[in-house]
Design a binder for this molecule. Sequence first.
Ligand SMILES: *[C@@H]1O[C@H](CO)[C@@H](O)[C@H](O)[C@H]1NC(C)=O
Ligand SMILES: *[C@@H]1O[C@H](CO)[C@@H](O)[C@H](O)[C@H]1NC(C)=O
Ligand SMILES: *[C@@H]1O[C@H](CO)[C@@H](O)[C@H](O)[C@H]1NC(C)=O
Length: 350
Amino acid sequence: MGGALFSISSALLFVVFVSLSRNVDGKIVQNGGTCDLFEGNWVWDNSYPLYHSSQCPFFEDQFNCERNGRPDKDFMKYKWQPTGCKLPRFNGVEFMRKLKGKRLMFVGDSLSLNQWQSLTCLLHVALPQAKHISYTKDGLSNFTFPEYDVSLLFLRNTFLVDIVSEPRGRVLRLDSISASKIWGGMDVVIFDSWHWWLHSGRKQPWDWVVYGNTTVKDLDRMTAYEKALNTWAKYIDSNVDSTKTQVFFQGVSPDHAGGPGSSEKGCEGQTKPLTSPGSPHPAEHVLEKVLKGMSKHVNLLNITRLSQLRIDGHPSIYGRFKGQKTNDCTHWCLSGVPDIWNEILYAMLA
Ligand SMILES: *[C@@H]1O[C@H](CO)[C@@H](O)[C@H](O)[C@H]1NC(C)=O
Ligand SMILES: *[C@@H]1O[C@H](CO)[C@@H](O)[C@H](O)[C@H]1NC(C)=O
Ligand SMILES: *[C@@H]1O[C@H](CO)[C@@H](O)[C@H](O)[C@H]1NC(C)=O
């Protein structure tokens, strides 16, 4: 009798668990059907945002649109509505239950930083009593909740592959990936890389590019990006233990710079999402091709299309960079779009 009750209740638990959280590559099972989390639209929801930036004094200025004077607020009030199911609302307590005793690391550029800051704030606001310790050292930021034994880390590593100083200058090494020493032991790792591959002129941080026995001043950036991603993929395939480490890749985050010579509208003055995302992003194809060729499973946080719609979500003229005002159509205001990326991450975490 007790045994029968036990198995009925564990079967029920199993069903509840499955219906909330089982997923493969952004597919979520809800009420018996599968649903693609990345296919959907933005809907106005008065219960958003999930926090206000004033609750998170540790935010970087560059994302703090409210503090920088942005007057309109509607951009904070959209939630993502997948076509075939509901995206579960972010639940900090449940997130901590999934992550207890674990270390989660974002590895990448300032778009990674954008998502890491959103996640630290979502959790801080959900668990106001929980103490946190936070510091940045040698390019590694660490935000730890000691009571939960959970660390959320951010490693700034814009190319994923190495860039080193040599007597002949700064060398970008497309087939060397030594930062893997730092992220190698994590329980959850979320990578991103794209924007820095476009930098040229004074913003380009290398003098030489090396791959195999070849040294060049420069090469087609999309080709360089693909070579670097393949180096990363090979490393993951041969070194990551999928039973211990869950690997994610943040899809290419689109910008809305517009401006002279561009057919796109710029983000300045935009207060509403677009109704159509426009053409697919070229870098997205490269990333998808590399991920498809891998033997290990990597979860693509496929945020490109849904973020392309959010022309209203950037800091725009309320951007800041190193204390200076700037027109930023690349990063995202917090609260805002990266909170939704984290709701999707929350839904996909095993
Ligand atoms: C990413 O999402 C878009 C929009 O739903 C879809 O067209 C594309 O195929 C997805 N990519 C992958 C790799 O699933
Ligand atoms: C992060 O900080 C916590 C608390 O100070 C510390 O215990 C942990 O070792 C740090 N993690 C890393 C990867 O540095
Ligand atoms: C690179 O150079 C080394 C030493 O000269 C040589 O043994 C190797 O075959 C070369 N590799 C490629 C891919 O050309």
